[in-house]
Design a binder for this molecule. Sequence first.
Ligand SMILES: [Zn+2]
Ligand SMILES: [Zn+2]
Length: 557
Amino acid sequence: MENKPIARKLRLLSQLMELHVVNPFKIKSIANAAFNVDKLPYPVASKPFEELEKISGIGKSVAAKIIELVQTGTMVEMEELLAATPGGVVEMMAIKGIGAKKVATIWHEMGIETVGELFYACNENRLIEAKGFGLKTQDDIRKAIEFKMASSGKFLYAQVEPEADRLMDKLKGIFTNALIDFAGEYRRLCEIVNELIVIVGSRDQDIASQSILHSDLLNNLSVKEHRITGETDNGLKVVINVVEKRFFFRTLFIQTGNDEHVKAVLGRGGDDADQPENEELIYQKAGLEFIRPELREGTTFIERAAKKQLPRLISFNDLKGTLHNHSTWSDGINTVEEMAVYCRDELKLEYLGMCDHSKSAFYAKGLSIERVLQQQEEIDHLNKKLDGFHIFKGIESDILNDGSLDYPDEILKKFDFVVASVHTNLKMSEEKATERLIKAIENPYTTILGHPTGRLLLSRNGYTFDYKKVIDACAANNVVIEINANPLRLDLDWRWHQYALEKGVWLSINPDAHRNEGFLDMHYGVIVARKGGLYKERCLNALSLQEITQVFKTQKK
Ligand SMILES: [Zn+2]
Ligand SMILES: [Zn+2]
Protein backbone atom coordinates (compact mmCIF):
# COMPACT_ATOMS: atom_id res chain seq x y z
CA MET A 1 0.00 0.00 0.00
CA GLU A 2 1.32 3.42 -0.92
CA ASN A 3 1.22 6.46 1.31
CA LYS A 4 -1.51 8.29 -0.62
CA PRO A 5 -4.37 5.79 -0.05
CA ILE A 6 -3.33 5.45 3.61
CA ALA A 7 -3.39 9.22 4.05
CA ARG A 8 -6.77 9.38 2.29
CA LYS A 9 -8.33 6.84 4.65
CA LEU A 10 -6.89 8.54 7.71
CA ARG A 11 -8.33 11.82 6.47
CA LEU A 12 -11.73 10.18 5.96
CA LEU A 13 -11.52 8.79 9.50
CA SER A 14 -10.79 12.25 10.91
CA GLN A 15 -13.71 13.71 8.94
CA LEU A 16 -16.08 11.03 10.18
CA MET A 17 -14.91 11.71 13.74
CA GLU A 18 -15.62 15.40 13.22
CA LEU A 19 -19.04 14.52 11.87
CA HIS A 20 -19.80 12.48 14.97
CA VAL A 21 -18.28 15.16 17.22
CA VAL A 22 -15.59 12.96 18.76
CA ASN A 23 -12.91 14.41 21.09
CA PRO A 24 -11.24 17.27 19.14
CA PHE A 25 -7.70 16.26 20.18
CA LYS A 26 -8.18 12.83 18.72
CA ILE A 27 -9.52 14.32 15.50
CA LYS A 28 -6.55 16.64 15.26
CA SER A 29 -4.01 13.88 15.81
CA ILE A 30 -5.53 11.75 13.04
CA ALA A 31 -5.78 14.72 10.64
CA ASN A 32 -2.15 15.65 11.36
CA ALA A 33 -1.03 12.08 10.82
CA ALA A 34 -2.84 12.00 7.47
CA PHE A 35 -1.00 15.17 6.45
CA ASN A 36 2.38 13.82 7.56
CA VAL A 37 1.99 10.37 5.98
CA ASP A 38 1.20 12.05 2.68
CA LYS A 39 4.53 13.95 2.81
CA LEU A 40 6.86 11.12 3.83
CA PRO A 41 9.49 10.20 1.20
CA TYR A 42 9.27 6.44 1.93
CA PRO A 43 6.30 4.02 2.11
CA VAL A 44 5.01 3.72 5.70
CA ALA A 45 3.51 0.31 4.87
CA SER A 46 7.01 -1.19 4.89
CA LYS A 47 7.77 -0.04 8.46
CA PRO A 48 7.16 -2.08 11.60
CA PHE A 49 5.12 -0.66 14.50
CA GLU A 50 8.22 0.27 16.54
CA GLU A 51 9.51 2.53 13.78
CA LEU A 52 6.12 3.97 12.87
CA GLU A 53 5.32 5.23 16.34
CA LYS A 54 8.58 7.16 16.42
CA ILE A 55 7.85 9.12 13.24
CA SER A 56 7.06 12.71 14.10
CA GLY A 57 3.33 13.46 13.96
CA ILE A 58 2.26 9.79 14.05
CA GLY A 59 2.60 8.33 17.53
CA LYS A 60 1.37 5.13 19.10
CA SER A 61 -2.34 5.08 18.41
CA VAL A 62 -2.08 6.23 14.79
CA ALA A 63 0.75 3.73 14.20
CA ALA A 64 -1.63 0.96 15.29
CA LYS A 65 -4.25 2.29 12.87
CA ILE A 66 -1.77 2.26 9.99
CA ILE A 67 -0.80 -1.35 10.75
CA GLU A 68 -4.49 -2.30 10.85
CA LEU A 69 -5.07 -0.53 7.56
CA VAL A 70 -2.14 -2.21 5.84
CA GLN A 71 -3.12 -5.66 7.10
CA THR A 72 -6.92 -5.51 6.63
CA GLY A 73 -7.43 -2.75 4.06
CA THR A 74 -9.63 -0.81 6.48
CA MET A 75 -10.08 0.32 10.10
CA VAL A 76 -12.80 -0.95 12.44
CA GLU A 77 -13.35 2.53 13.87
CA MET A 78 -13.84 4.02 10.40
CA GLU A 79 -16.25 1.25 9.38
CA GLU A 80 -18.28 1.73 12.56
CA LEU A 81 -18.56 5.47 12.05
CA LEU A 82 -19.49 4.98 8.39
CA ALA A 83 -22.22 2.53 9.37
CA ALA A 84 -23.62 5.09 11.80
CA THR A 85 -23.81 7.82 9.14
CA PRO A 86 -26.75 8.15 6.73
CA GLY A 87 -25.70 7.72 3.08
CA GLY A 88 -26.90 11.21 2.20
CA VAL A 89 -24.69 12.75 4.88
CA VAL A 90 -21.63 10.93 3.51
CA GLU A 91 -22.61 12.24 0.06
CA MET A 92 -22.72 15.81 1.43
CA MET A 93 -19.07 15.58 2.48
CA ALA A 94 -18.15 15.28 -1.20
CA ILE A 95 -19.76 18.64 -2.02
CA LYS A 96 -17.24 21.35 -2.70
CA GLY A 97 -17.22 24.07 -0.10
CA ILE A 98 -18.50 22.21 2.95
CA GLY A 99 -16.16 20.49 5.32
CA ALA A 100 -17.05 17.84 7.89
CA LYS A 101 -17.66 20.47 10.57
CA LYS A 102 -20.34 22.21 8.51
CA VAL A 103 -21.88 18.90 7.49
CA ALA A 104 -22.09 18.04 11.20
CA THR A 105 -24.07 21.26 11.86
CA ILE A 106 -26.32 20.59 8.87
CA TRP A 107 -27.01 17.07 10.04
CA HIS A 108 -27.28 17.47 13.83
CA GLU A 109 -28.72 20.96 14.14
CA MET A 110 -30.82 21.31 11.01
CA GLY A 111 -31.91 17.69 10.82
CA ILE A 112 -30.93 17.47 7.13
CA GLU A 113 -29.91 14.02 5.91
CA THR A 114 -29.83 14.17 2.11
CA VAL A 115 -28.33 16.42 -0.55
CA GLY A 116 -31.84 17.11 -1.81
CA GLU A 117 -32.99 18.38 1.57
CA LEU A 118 -29.87 20.52 1.77
CA PHE A 119 -30.64 22.07 -1.62
CA TYR A 120 -34.17 22.79 -0.49
CA ALA A 121 -32.86 24.35 2.73
CA CYS A 122 -30.54 26.62 0.69
CA ASN A 123 -33.51 27.73 -1.39
CA GLU A 124 -35.45 28.45 1.80
CA ASN A 125 -32.55 30.50 3.15
CA ARG A 126 -32.31 28.21 6.13
CA LEU A 127 -28.51 28.04 6.12
CA ILE A 128 -27.86 31.74 6.56
CA GLU A 129 -28.66 31.79 10.23
CA ALA A 130 -26.84 28.62 11.24
CA LYS A 131 -23.56 28.97 13.13
CA GLY A 132 -20.53 29.16 10.83
CA PHE A 133 -22.61 29.75 7.74
CA GLY A 134 -23.59 32.89 5.87
CA LEU A 135 -25.08 34.07 2.63
CA LYS A 136 -21.90 33.29 0.70
CA THR A 137 -21.53 29.75 2.03
CA GLN A 138 -25.17 29.12 1.27
CA ASP A 139 -24.74 30.39 -2.30
CA ASP A 140 -21.61 28.30 -2.81
CA ILE A 141 -23.34 25.18 -1.54
CA ARG A 142 -26.37 25.83 -3.71
CA LYS A 143 -24.19 26.29 -6.79
CA ALA A 144 -22.19 23.14 -6.06
CA ILE A 145 -25.39 21.11 -5.73
CA GLU A 146 -26.86 22.62 -8.90
CA PHE A 147 -23.68 21.68 -10.72
CA LYS A 148 -23.98 18.13 -9.44
CA MET A 149 -27.66 17.95 -10.44
CA ALA A 150 -26.83 19.20 -13.95
CA SER A 151 -24.36 16.36 -14.42
CA SER A 152 -27.34 13.98 -14.36
CA GLY A 153 -28.59 15.70 -17.54
CA LYS A 154 -31.98 16.37 -15.96
CA PHE A 155 -33.28 19.84 -15.19
CA LEU A 156 -36.21 21.27 -13.29
CA TYR A 157 -38.71 23.14 -15.43
CA ALA A 158 -37.87 26.29 -13.49
CA GLN A 159 -34.19 25.94 -14.39
CA VAL A 160 -34.98 25.49 -18.08
CA GLU A 161 -37.44 28.35 -18.44
CA PRO A 162 -34.93 31.26 -18.34
CA GLU A 163 -32.55 29.39 -20.67
CA ALA A 164 -35.40 28.70 -23.09
CA ASP A 165 -36.44 32.37 -23.10
CA ARG A 166 -32.90 33.50 -23.84
CA LEU A 167 -32.51 30.95 -26.63
CA MET A 168 -35.81 31.94 -28.23
CA ASP A 169 -34.83 35.63 -28.22
CA LYS A 170 -31.56 34.83 -29.94
CA LEU A 171 -33.22 32.54 -32.52
CA LYS A 172 -35.73 35.23 -33.36
CA GLY A 173 -32.82 37.58 -33.86
CA ILE A 174 -31.23 35.21 -36.37
CA PHE A 175 -34.44 34.22 -38.19
CA THR A 176 -36.77 37.13 -38.62
CA ASN A 177 -39.03 35.24 -41.04
CA ALA A 178 -38.92 31.63 -39.86
CA LEU A 179 -41.51 29.74 -37.82
CA ILE A 180 -40.00 28.83 -34.45
CA ASP A 181 -41.42 27.05 -31.43
CA PHE A 182 -40.44 24.70 -28.64
CA ALA A 183 -41.61 21.08 -28.68
CA GLY A 184 -41.10 18.05 -26.44
CA GLU A 185 -41.12 18.00 -22.65
CA TYR A 186 -40.64 21.72 -22.27
CA ARG A 187 -43.66 22.60 -24.41
CA ARG A 188 -45.67 19.96 -22.56
CA LEU A 189 -44.73 21.81 -19.32
CA CYS A 190 -43.14 18.69 -17.81
CA GLU A 191 -41.71 19.13 -14.31
CA ILE A 192 -38.40 17.58 -15.41
CA VAL A 193 -36.78 18.32 -18.77
CA ASN A 194 -34.10 16.07 -20.27
CA GLU A 195 -33.65 18.01 -23.51
CA LEU A 196 -34.96 21.24 -24.89
CA ILE A 197 -36.38 20.68 -28.38
CA VAL A 198 -36.82 23.54 -30.84
CA ILE A 199 -38.45 23.34 -34.27
CA VAL A 200 -37.42 25.88 -36.90
CA GLY A 201 -39.42 26.03 -40.14
CA SER A 202 -37.47 27.75 -42.88
CA ARG A 203 -37.64 28.19 -46.65
CA ASP A 204 -34.09 26.88 -46.98
CA GLN A 205 -33.02 24.18 -44.53
CA ASP A 206 -29.36 24.31 -45.52
CA ILE A 207 -28.96 28.02 -45.03
CA ALA A 208 -30.89 27.89 -41.75
CA SER A 209 -28.78 25.02 -40.38
CA GLN A 210 -25.57 26.78 -41.38
CA SER A 211 -26.59 30.02 -39.70
CA ILE A 212 -27.24 28.18 -36.44
CA LEU A 213 -23.94 26.30 -36.72
CA HIS A 214 -22.05 29.54 -37.20
CA SER A 215 -23.79 31.34 -34.38
CA ASP A 216 -22.84 31.48 -30.71
CA LEU A 217 -26.26 30.17 -29.67
CA LEU A 218 -24.98 27.07 -27.90
CA ASN A 219 -21.82 25.26 -26.87
CA ASN A 220 -20.53 22.06 -28.53
CA LEU A 221 -22.69 22.43 -31.63
CA SER A 222 -22.93 19.51 -34.05
CA VAL A 223 -25.25 18.78 -36.96
CA LYS A 224 -26.71 15.69 -38.59
CA GLU A 225 -29.32 15.96 -41.34
CA HIS A 226 -30.67 19.34 -40.23
CA ARG A 227 -30.82 18.18 -36.63
CA ILE A 228 -28.50 20.39 -34.60
CA THR A 229 -27.52 19.55 -31.07
CA GLY A 230 -25.70 21.66 -28.52
CA GLU A 231 -25.67 22.71 -24.89
CA THR A 232 -26.48 25.83 -22.93
CA ASP A 233 -23.91 27.20 -20.47
CA ASN A 234 -25.43 25.27 -17.59
CA GLY A 235 -25.22 21.97 -19.49
CA LEU A 236 -28.80 21.61 -20.70
CA LYS A 237 -28.99 19.59 -23.92
CA VAL A 238 -30.72 21.41 -26.78
CA VAL A 239 -31.91 19.86 -30.05
CA ILE A 240 -32.91 22.15 -32.91
CA ASN A 241 -34.75 20.52 -35.80
CA VAL A 242 -34.71 22.56 -38.98
CA VAL A 243 -37.55 21.64 -41.36
CA GLU A 244 -39.08 23.04 -44.51
CA LYS A 245 -41.64 25.65 -43.64
CA ARG A 246 -44.60 23.66 -45.01
CA PHE A 247 -43.85 20.76 -42.64
CA PHE A 248 -43.42 22.97 -39.57
CA PHE A 249 -46.77 22.39 -37.85
CA ARG A 250 -46.83 18.69 -38.56
CA THR A 251 -43.32 18.30 -37.09
CA LEU A 252 -44.23 20.53 -34.16
CA PHE A 253 -47.25 18.35 -33.43
CA ILE A 254 -45.33 15.07 -33.73
CA GLN A 255 -42.48 16.25 -31.55
CA THR A 256 -44.64 17.79 -28.85
CA GLY A 257 -47.05 15.10 -27.67
CA ASN A 258 -45.77 11.92 -26.11
CA ASP A 259 -45.76 8.89 -28.46
CA GLU A 260 -49.02 7.46 -27.24
CA HIS A 261 -50.81 10.75 -27.72
CA VAL A 262 -49.39 11.42 -31.20
CA LYS A 263 -50.22 7.91 -32.41
CA ALA A 264 -53.76 8.13 -31.09
CA VAL A 265 -54.44 11.46 -32.82
CA LEU A 266 -52.89 10.38 -36.10
CA GLY A 267 -54.83 7.12 -35.91
CA ARG A 268 -58.11 9.03 -35.73
CA GLY A 269 -57.46 10.74 -39.05
CA GLY A 270 -55.10 13.47 -37.93
CA ASP A 271 -52.66 12.01 -40.45
CA ASP A 272 -54.79 13.35 -43.32
CA ALA A 273 -53.46 16.81 -42.64
CA ASP A 274 -50.34 16.46 -44.77
CA GLN A 275 -49.09 20.04 -44.70
CA PRO A 276 -51.32 21.68 -42.12
CA GLU A 277 -51.12 25.44 -41.67
CA ASN A 278 -51.59 25.09 -37.92
CA GLU A 279 -51.90 22.40 -35.27
CA GLU A 280 -55.63 22.98 -34.83
CA LEU A 281 -56.19 21.45 -38.30
CA ILE A 282 -54.60 18.17 -37.23
CA TYR A 283 -57.00 17.87 -34.30
CA GLN A 284 -59.91 18.95 -36.49
CA LYS A 285 -59.20 16.14 -38.99
CA ALA A 286 -59.09 13.72 -36.04
CA GLY A 287 -62.54 14.92 -34.94
CA LEU A 288 -61.12 16.48 -31.79
CA GLU A 289 -61.22 19.77 -30.00
CA PHE A 290 -57.74 21.34 -29.97
CA ILE A 291 -55.70 19.80 -27.15
CA ARG A 292 -53.22 22.16 -25.54
CA PRO A 293 -49.58 20.95 -25.42
CA GLU A 294 -49.57 20.45 -21.63
CA LEU A 295 -52.38 17.89 -21.93
CA ARG A 296 -50.73 15.82 -24.64
CA GLU A 297 -49.73 12.92 -22.40
CA GLY A 298 -51.26 9.60 -23.30
CA THR A 299 -54.93 9.42 -24.18
CA THR A 300 -56.52 10.83 -21.00
CA PHE A 301 -57.86 13.93 -22.66
CA ILE A 302 -58.53 12.52 -26.13
CA GLU A 303 -61.97 11.11 -25.28
CA ARG A 304 -62.94 14.38 -23.69
CA ALA A 305 -61.67 16.30 -26.70
CA ALA A 306 -63.88 14.08 -28.89
CA LYS A 307 -66.90 15.08 -26.80
CA LYS A 308 -65.75 18.71 -26.81
CA GLN A 309 -65.48 18.56 -23.04
CA LEU A 310 -61.94 19.69 -22.40
CA PRO A 311 -61.46 21.67 -19.18
CA ARG A 312 -60.81 25.40 -19.35
CA LEU A 313 -57.40 25.31 -17.74
CA ILE A 314 -56.63 27.53 -14.80
CA SER A 315 -54.34 30.55 -15.27
CA PHE A 316 -52.33 32.73 -12.89
CA ASN A 317 -54.90 35.51 -13.10
CA ASP A 318 -57.59 33.19 -11.77
CA LEU A 319 -55.83 33.05 -8.38
CA LYS A 320 -57.38 35.41 -5.83
CA GLY A 321 -55.25 34.62 -2.82
CA THR A 322 -52.43 32.53 -1.47
CA LEU A 323 -52.53 29.99 1.36
CA HIS A 324 -49.65 28.22 3.16
CA ASN A 325 -46.86 30.74 3.70
CA HIS A 326 -44.15 31.25 6.30
CA SER A 327 -43.09 34.51 7.94
CA THR A 328 -40.37 35.52 10.40
CA TRP A 329 -42.52 33.90 13.10
CA SER A 330 -41.02 30.57 11.98
CA ASP A 331 -38.44 30.11 9.20
CA GLY A 332 -39.46 32.85 6.76
CA ILE A 333 -37.54 36.00 5.81
CA ASN A 334 -40.34 38.57 5.65
CA THR A 335 -42.77 39.70 8.32
CA VAL A 336 -46.48 38.99 8.08
CA GLU A 337 -47.13 42.62 7.28
CA GLU A 338 -44.49 42.73 4.53
CA MET A 339 -45.97 39.63 2.96
CA ALA A 340 -49.50 40.98 3.15
CA VAL A 341 -48.55 44.30 1.56
CA TYR A 342 -46.65 42.50 -1.20
CA CYS A 343 -49.62 40.25 -1.97
CA ARG A 344 -52.01 43.18 -1.97
CA ASP A 345 -49.92 45.73 -3.89
CA GLU A 346 -47.69 43.68 -6.18
CA LEU A 347 -49.77 40.60 -6.86
CA LYS A 348 -53.20 42.26 -6.53
CA LEU A 349 -54.46 39.40 -4.39
CA GLU A 350 -57.37 39.61 -1.94
CA TYR A 351 -56.05 37.45 0.89
CA LEU A 352 -53.02 35.79 2.42
CA GLY A 353 -53.01 32.61 4.49
CA MET A 354 -50.21 32.45 7.07
CA CYS A 355 -49.10 28.93 7.93
CA ASP A 356 -45.97 29.07 9.99
CA HIS A 357 -44.49 25.83 11.27
CA SER A 358 -45.96 24.08 14.27
CA LYS A 359 -44.20 23.28 17.49
CA SER A 360 -42.58 19.93 16.53
CA ALA A 361 -40.70 21.54 13.65
CA PHE A 362 -37.86 22.65 15.95
CA TYR A 363 -35.42 23.04 13.01
CA ALA A 364 -37.77 25.65 11.53
CA LYS A 365 -38.55 27.54 14.73
CA GLY A 366 -42.02 26.05 14.97
CA LEU A 367 -44.52 28.00 17.08
CA SER A 368 -45.24 27.12 20.69
CA ILE A 369 -48.85 27.57 21.80
CA GLU A 370 -47.92 30.87 23.37
CA ARG A 371 -46.40 32.13 20.14
CA VAL A 372 -49.43 30.97 18.14
CA LEU A 373 -51.59 33.21 20.30
CA GLN A 374 -49.18 36.13 19.94
CA GLN A 375 -49.12 35.75 16.18
CA GLN A 376 -52.91 35.68 16.05
CA GLU A 377 -53.02 38.92 17.99
CA GLU A 378 -50.66 40.49 15.48
CA ILE A 379 -52.83 39.27 12.60
CA ASP A 380 -55.98 40.70 14.22
CA HIS A 381 -54.19 44.01 14.53
CA LEU A 382 -53.00 43.93 10.90
CA ASN A 383 -56.44 43.01 9.62
CA LYS A 384 -57.80 46.19 11.16
CA LYS A 385 -55.05 48.19 9.53
CA LEU A 386 -55.01 46.67 6.02
CA ASP A 387 -57.60 48.06 3.70
CA GLY A 388 -59.46 45.67 1.40
CA PHE A 389 -57.23 42.74 2.22
CA HIS A 390 -57.47 39.90 4.68
CA ILE A 391 -54.94 37.70 6.44
CA PHE A 392 -56.19 34.27 7.45
CA LYS A 393 -54.79 32.63 10.55
CA GLY A 394 -53.47 29.27 9.57
CA ILE A 395 -50.77 26.87 10.63
CA GLU A 396 -48.71 24.19 8.91
CA SER A 397 -49.24 21.51 11.49
CA ASP A 398 -46.84 18.60 11.51
CA ILE A 399 -48.49 15.23 11.11
CA LEU A 400 -46.95 13.23 13.93
CA ASN A 401 -45.94 9.59 13.54
CA ASP A 402 -49.31 8.29 14.61
CA GLY A 403 -51.20 10.68 12.33
CA SER A 404 -52.28 13.11 15.02
CA LEU A 405 -51.75 16.85 14.64
CA ASP A 406 -49.35 18.95 16.60
CA TYR A 407 -51.69 20.93 18.92
CA PRO A 408 -54.62 20.10 21.17
CA ASP A 409 -58.12 20.74 19.80
CA GLU A 410 -58.63 23.94 21.77
CA ILE A 411 -55.70 25.48 19.90
CA LEU A 412 -56.53 23.90 16.52
CA LYS A 413 -59.96 25.47 16.63
CA LYS A 414 -58.47 28.95 16.89
CA PHE A 415 -57.14 28.77 13.32
CA ASP A 416 -59.16 29.79 10.28
CA PHE A 417 -57.66 26.82 8.47
CA VAL A 418 -55.04 24.13 9.00
CA VAL A 419 -52.53 22.71 6.52
CA ALA A 420 -51.42 19.29 7.73
CA SER A 421 -48.04 18.13 6.42
CA VAL A 422 -45.57 15.32 6.97
CA HIS A 423 -42.01 16.56 7.55
CA THR A 424 -40.31 13.78 9.46
CA ASN A 425 -40.05 10.03 9.31
CA LEU A 426 -40.52 9.75 5.56
CA LYS A 427 -39.31 6.16 5.57
CA MET A 428 -42.32 4.12 6.63
CA SER A 429 -44.00 1.12 5.07
CA GLU A 430 -46.64 2.07 2.50
CA GLU A 431 -49.35 0.70 4.76
CA LYS A 432 -48.26 2.68 7.83
CA ALA A 433 -47.76 5.86 5.80
CA THR A 434 -51.25 5.54 4.33
CA GLU A 435 -52.77 5.04 7.77
CA ARG A 436 -50.85 8.01 9.14
CA LEU A 437 -52.08 10.32 6.37
CA ILE A 438 -55.67 9.10 6.58
CA LYS A 439 -55.75 9.71 10.31
CA ALA A 440 -54.59 13.29 9.73
CA ILE A 441 -57.17 13.74 6.96
CA GLU A 442 -59.93 12.50 9.26
CA ASN A 443 -59.03 15.10 11.88
CA PRO A 444 -61.94 17.58 11.75
CA TYR A 445 -59.53 20.52 11.90
CA THR A 446 -57.54 19.57 8.79
CA THR A 447 -58.40 21.84 5.88
CA ILE A 448 -55.60 21.08 3.42
CA LEU A 449 -53.22 18.16 3.05
CA GLY A 450 -49.82 19.83 2.44
CA HIS A 451 -47.19 18.53 -0.06
CA PRO A 452 -48.51 14.95 0.21
CA THR A 453 -45.37 13.01 -0.71
CA GLY A 454 -42.70 15.39 0.56
CA ARG A 455 -40.67 14.69 -2.57
CA LEU A 456 -37.86 16.95 -3.72
CA LEU A 457 -37.56 16.59 -7.47
CA LEU A 458 -34.25 15.18 -8.75
CA SER A 459 -33.03 14.64 -5.22
CA ARG A 460 -35.39 12.98 -2.78
CA ASN A 461 -38.08 10.44 -3.49
CA GLY A 462 -41.38 11.09 -1.83
CA TYR A 463 -43.21 9.30 0.87
CA THR A 464 -44.85 6.17 -0.57
CA PHE A 465 -48.49 5.63 0.24
CA ASP A 466 -51.64 4.38 -1.44
CA TYR A 467 -52.68 7.40 -3.52
CA LYS A 468 -56.19 6.18 -4.19
CA LYS A 469 -56.94 5.52 -0.54
CA VAL A 470 -55.54 8.88 0.53
CA ILE A 471 -57.39 10.82 -2.17
CA ASP A 472 -60.61 8.91 -1.39
CA ALA A 473 -60.19 9.87 2.27
CA CYS A 474 -59.80 13.54 1.29
CA ALA A 475 -63.01 13.26 -0.74
CA ALA A 476 -64.86 11.66 2.18
CA ASN A 477 -63.64 14.25 4.69
CA ASN A 478 -63.82 17.36 2.53
CA VAL A 479 -60.08 17.91 2.72
CA VAL A 480 -58.42 19.95 -0.02
CA ILE A 481 -55.14 18.66 -1.48
CA GLU A 482 -52.29 21.06 -1.99
CA ILE A 483 -50.38 21.46 -5.21
CA ASN A 484 -47.21 22.73 -3.60
CA ALA A 485 -45.86 25.23 -6.13
CA ASN A 486 -42.21 25.16 -5.08
CA PRO A 487 -40.45 24.08 -8.31
CA LEU A 488 -38.61 21.38 -6.36
CA ARG A 489 -41.84 19.91 -5.04
CA LEU A 490 -44.82 20.30 -7.42
CA ASP A 491 -46.58 17.90 -5.13
CA LEU A 492 -49.42 16.57 -5.50
CA ASP A 493 -48.02 15.19 -8.75
CA TRP A 494 -50.06 16.20 -11.82
CA ARG A 495 -50.59 12.54 -12.71
CA TRP A 496 -53.06 12.34 -9.81
CA HIS A 497 -54.97 15.56 -10.38
CA GLN A 498 -57.61 13.97 -12.59
CA TYR A 499 -58.29 11.19 -10.12
CA ALA A 500 -58.70 13.74 -7.34
CA LEU A 501 -61.00 15.92 -9.45
CA GLU A 502 -63.12 12.94 -10.47
CA LYS A 503 -63.57 12.07 -6.80
CA GLY A 504 -64.76 15.60 -6.10
CA VAL A 505 -61.62 16.74 -4.28
CA TRP A 506 -60.62 20.41 -4.49
CA LEU A 507 -57.00 21.41 -5.08
CA SER A 508 -55.12 24.48 -3.85
CA ILE A 509 -52.07 26.04 -5.55
CA ASN A 510 -49.88 26.95 -2.57
CA PRO A 511 -46.49 28.63 -2.93
CA ASP A 512 -45.21 27.65 0.54
CA ALA A 513 -43.45 31.03 0.34
CA HIS A 514 -40.71 31.75 2.87
CA ARG A 515 -40.12 35.27 1.52
CA ASN A 516 -41.91 37.65 -0.81
CA GLU A 517 -40.34 36.35 -4.03
CA GLY A 518 -41.55 32.89 -3.04
CA PHE A 519 -45.11 33.88 -3.94
CA LEU A 520 -44.02 33.95 -7.57
CA ASP A 521 -43.62 30.17 -7.42
CA MET A 522 -47.38 30.03 -7.87
CA HIS A 523 -46.47 30.39 -11.57
CA TYR A 524 -44.98 26.87 -11.44
CA GLY A 525 -47.94 25.61 -9.45
CA VAL A 526 -50.28 26.89 -12.15
CA ILE A 527 -48.16 25.19 -14.81
CA VAL A 528 -48.44 21.73 -13.22
CA ALA A 529 -52.08 22.33 -12.33
CA ARG A 530 -52.78 23.01 -16.00
CA LYS A 531 -50.90 19.85 -16.88
CA GLY A 532 -53.12 17.96 -14.47
CA GLY A 533 -56.19 19.52 -16.09
CA LEU A 534 -57.26 21.79 -13.20
CA TYR A 535 -59.86 24.50 -13.83
CA LYS A 536 -60.57 27.48 -11.59
CA GLU A 537 -63.92 26.20 -10.32
CA ARG A 538 -62.12 23.51 -8.31
CA CYS A 539 -59.15 25.48 -7.06
CA LEU A 540 -59.51 26.68 -3.47
CA ASN A 541 -57.41 29.82 -3.82
CA ALA A 542 -59.27 30.86 -6.98
CA LEU A 543 -62.19 31.63 -4.68
CA SER A 544 -62.82 35.28 -3.89
CA LEU A 545 -62.23 36.56 -0.35
CA GLN A 546 -65.93 36.45 0.34
CA GLU A 547 -66.30 32.87 -0.94
CA ILE A 548 -63.32 31.46 0.89
CA THR A 549 -64.33 33.17 4.14
CA GLN A 550 -67.62 31.31 3.85
CA VAL A 551 -65.84 27.99 3.13
CA PHE A 552 -63.62 28.32 6.21
CA LYS A 553 -66.57 29.30 8.39
CA THR A 554 -68.68 26.37 7.23
CA GLN A 555 -65.84 23.95 7.89
CA LYS A 556 -65.37 25.20 11.42
CA LYS A 557 -68.97 24.41 12.26
ZN1 LIG B 1 -43.97 21.79 4.73
ZN1 LIG C 1 -44.54 25.07 4.52
